[in-house]
Ligand binder design. Structure first.
Ligand code: API
Length: 283
């Protein structure tokens, strides 16, 4: 089975072109196998690029533990790059079907290939069964969340997949003997408040237009970037009055530009997409 290794600012996945080859019988098991960084290819998960009745292609995304997610921001930028560069649809504006509907993506081409992509990520979801820390009738502003004996103020936003945003100090960003994200991330992911688990983001605000964030992803653990998470952080910042509707997010793997548009209530995310290598996976 031919695969292509791509990443969005270090959030790396194994991509299978299921437009031109048969999809795997058990994508969850394959995601676990290829994601292993010693016994497999090494990645944060597996993404299938499939035919679609209503878009240029359809994305199915599986985390490293095999769980399927509704959406992947860094992944959908790479899907658009693959679809354009490999001739499935060479258009400046692409439609990609995802678990949260058909998204519109505008590609930036450098030479013959896509270098950056602007994604219309759709509207944030502020009330859903996935993020029940939302106070009834209110947006999810600084809801109390206690994990491992530590109580946070968590603002929860769904971008089709669930996110808990926690504002923290420098101690979450200093390399030291304790990695607080590694320590607390899994506790937030599995907190009983989240029936389908949650992606956890730890955020330091520099100014109303700039933040640094680290992520513990549902189903993959610490990643170098989380696109849907950065979108959720942009929305949470507006809801809590900490940051504005246009935001520059610094993630360990690179930067993303976010905007939560007042005009259409959609969140826009702009960032790079990179193809690293391709190969053959036996079986
Ligand atoms: N772990 C996430 C899916 C991948 C999201 C992230 N890699 C992104 O770029 O949005 C979840 O289970 O909801």
């Amino acid at each position: 089975m031919r695969f292509t290794k791509m990443h969005g600012i270090g959030n790396d996945y194994v991509y299978l072109d299921c437009v031109r080859q048969r999809p795997p019988a058990d994508p969850a098991a394959l995601a676990r196998a290829v994601s292993d960084r010693h016994f497999g290819i090494g990645s944060d998960g597996l993404i299938l690029i499939c035919p679609s009745e209503r878009a240029d292609a359809r994305m199915r995304m599986f985390n490293a533990d095999g769980s399927e997610s509704e959406m992947c921001g860094n992944g959908v930028r790479c899907v658009a790059k693959y679809v354009y560069d490999h001739g499935i649809a060479r258009k400046p504006r692409l439609l990609i079907e995802t678990g949260r509907g058909v998204l519109t993506l505008d590609v930036e081409v450098t030479g013959e290939t896509v270098s950056r992509v602007r994604v219309n990520m759709g509207e944030p979801i502020l009330k859903s069964a996935d993020i029940p820390t939302t106070l009834p009738g209110d947006p999810p502003v600084d809801a109390p969340l206690t994990v491992g004996g530590v109580t946070f103020a968590a603002t929860c936003v769904s971008m089709g997949n669930p996110h808990a945003v926690v504002y923290v100090g420098d101690e979450y960003f200093r390399a030291g003997e304790r990695d607080l994200v590694a320590e607390l991330g899994p506790k937030v992911e599995h907190a009983p408040e989240f029936p389908r688990r949650v992606n956890a983001h730890f955020v330091k605000v520099h100014s109303p237009g700039e933040i640094t964030m680290r992520t513990w992803e549902r189903g993959s653990g610490i990643t170098l970037a989380c696109g849907t998470g950065a979108c959720a952080v942009c929305v949470a910042g507006v809801l809590t009055g900490r940051t504005g509707r246009t935001l520059l997010a610094h993630l360990p793997g690179g930067d993303l530009e976010l905007e939560w548009s007042e005009a259409d209530n959609h969140v826009y995310m702009t960032g790079p997409a990179t193809e690293v290598f391709s190969g053959e996976w036996p079986g």
